[in-house]
Design a protein around this ligand. Sequence first.
Ligand SMILES: [Zn+2]
Length: 280
Amino acid sequence: MKKLFIDVGGTYLRSEIYSDGVVLQEKIKTDSTGLMQYIDTIIMAHNDIEFIGISYAGQVDGGVIIAAPNIHIDEYEIMHRVKERYGVELKIDNDLNCAIFAEAEYWKSDNIALLFVGTGIGSAVIDNKKLVRGSRNISYEIGHIPYRKAPFFCGCGRNNCIELYSSGSAMAKWLNYYGSNKLSNLTELKNSQIKEERQVAENFEQGLLYAIGTLITISNPEIVVLGGGVIAQNSYLIDFIKENIKNYALGPSLESLRIEQSFLENASLEGAKLLGKIYE
Ligand SMILES: [Zn+2]
């Protein structure tokens, strides 16, 4: 039985096909294809796929994509369309929801919060073994809580989200705004000779502390796991957060809290592999 697992991020789409002990991996730019188009192509090439698990960097509920601030959507009714077209079972969930399933297994925790910073910034919470979903499966969208006004808009349509300060896409937007030709590398920006570039890095750090402090204060986890491309490339952030978080979160919620960096290479994709099991 062949299984297809896909992690659709804001920048990259990564997939793995499992077939008789062989794993085929692929990584392409997300903007080079729509998800439905990608699935069509894979199923044309592998006509015996029986299950598809998808981790998706957007809001998803009941097999339907609701919105995706950083991704072009070519099919909203993705689960129904794939079932109708190919008779293949498909499970799809938000990427942070998928990632936290994998992280909860890794850290063996029943009370865990996850915050990932990549193209966007997102979080998820498992409270007493249960993923907190909300009424439409869009709880803990921490990147879109109001923070400060920015001179440009977020993918969600507003201009005051944390995601406009503390994400990979935010750094790129601010550098573009200041006319800088630097790449959005946090460590390089921190050490820049140019004041505005240092300011982009400082705003990123402050927004990140605000987001993590808010997450800790409202969810009271025993462990917070930080991951995503921007965290992985700037591992100084873990110590930086441990040193400064006391000014951003409620004291008692910090007392026995562990703050850890994700060790999984792709937690969202690992979580997509758990979708079939968890939903059954
Ligand atoms: Zn937003």
